[in-house]
Design a protein around this ligand. Structure first.
Ligand code: UDP
Ligand code: MG
Length: 340
């Protein structure tokens, strides 16, 4: 492991993306910390404030002051969950990194199971939702349609019900950190990187306090990101539709010519002309739109801007219980027994 890390490199890092989660942080840690302590491994918790507009930073600062194992990374503005997670991964030092939502929808107790799977050699361990009960039927339908579409269009097959609640081995974290793209559809990237993967089914809990940070518009943007980042098949849309329309046009032309030969010249045809014109115009605009989507993304990526800016980082200062452990094996060994 690189010398970037001090002797107190934790075994497990927990990254928590937070956007307006002031009321949830304390209850989350009250459940999470005992779970981590019970595993007998050194750990750190990195709270990532994603430009919250409530008291999240103040609450997180208080928590970090109370417990040296808790660190706080404050981003300069709201960059979105995908980037907040990436920022957290960049700053997490553990040999394994757990990503968990701040709103307690992800039961912290599952982390124990994650670690068992990690010990068994899995490098990417995901919690897979059995159900998503509290959501409106329309949203459920749209989400389902999106995953179907993605499954049909992309070579990266996403397992069902998998979100961001997961454990990543250091190898997987380093792989994700090496991806330079701005359009980070994390759900896809977790699988795209490969490694030994396992899914553990679980039932999500209702959000503790506050509302979801995802508006319909943002979800739609995320879906578009996912589709365009993991498939170029839409670009072929114009070819397929073009071929189909040409075929239909050929048949129609043959019918028209036949008609003229049999019945002589016939002038009417305004309706068919109009329909053909409008249909083709629509198809062309859709094709242009798809091209535009991809070109816009090329433009975004080509600017090569940094993913995020940090306005403040208070690194966790260490796990007192493990501080005296020998420095060398801390980063490499997977399972270290509790300190004596
Ligand atoms: N989140 C974030 N930035 C955002 C939106 C959300 O860091 O712009 C965090 C949020 O604080 C929570 C997690 O991402 O910890 C999941 O968000 P949320 O509960 O709103 O989404 P859902 O559970 O509906 O997927
Ligand atoms: Mg939530």
């Amino acid at each position: 492991m690189s010398s970037r890390f001090s002797s107190a490199t934790p075994i497990v890092s927990v990254v928590v993306p937070c956007f307006n989660e002031a009321e949830n942080l304390r209850p989350l840690l009250a459940r999470l910390v005992p779970v981590l302590e019970a595993t007998g491994r050194s750990f750190e918790i990195v709270l990532v404030d994603d430009g919250s507009r409530d008291e999240t930073v103040a609450v997180a600062r208080g928590l970090a002051a109370e417990d040296p194992r808790i660190g706080l990374l404050v981003l300069s503005r709201n960059f979105g969950k995908e980037i907040a997670i990436s920022a957290g991964l960049d700053h997490a030092r553990g040999a394994a990194v757990v990503i968990i939502d701040a709103d307690l929808q992800h039961p912290p107790e599952l982390v124990t199971r994650f670690l068992e799977a990690w010990d068994a050699g899995y490098e990417v361990v995901h919690a897979a939702q059995k159900t998503r009960p509290e959501e409106p039927a329309l949203k459920r339908f749209l989400v389902k349609t999106f995953y179907r579409l993605l499954g049909a269009l992309s070579e990266t097959k996403l397992p069902k019900g998998v979100g961001d609640f997961c454990l990543l081995d250091r190898k997987a974290v380093d792989a994700l950190c090496r991806l330079p793209e701005r359009a980070r559809f994390m759900k896809g990237l977790y699988f795209w990187i490969g490694y030994r993967q396992l899914q553990i089914p679980y039932d999500p809990e209702p959000r503790l306090a506050g509302g979801t940070g995802w508006s319909v518009g943002r979800l739609f943007a995320l879906a578009l990101n996912g589709l365009t980042a993991f498939s170029t098949i839409p670009l072929r849309f114009a070819i397929y539709v073009g071929l189909a329309v040409s075929a239909i046009a050929l048949v129609y032309a043959a019918i028209l010519v036949g008609n003229v030969l049999v019945h002589g010249i016939d002038v009417p045809g305004y309706a068919s002309l109009m329909v053909g014109l409008l249909f083709l115009g629509g198809v062309q605009l859709i094709g242009l739109g798809i091209l535009g989507e991809y070109i816009g993304r090329i433009f975004e990526e080509s600017k090569g801007r940094p993913l995020y800016f940090v306005s403040d980082f208070a690194a966790p200062s260490g796990d007192a219980a493990f501080a005296e452990a020998p420095p060398t094996d801390a980063a490499t060994s997977r399972t270290r027994p509790a300190a004596e």
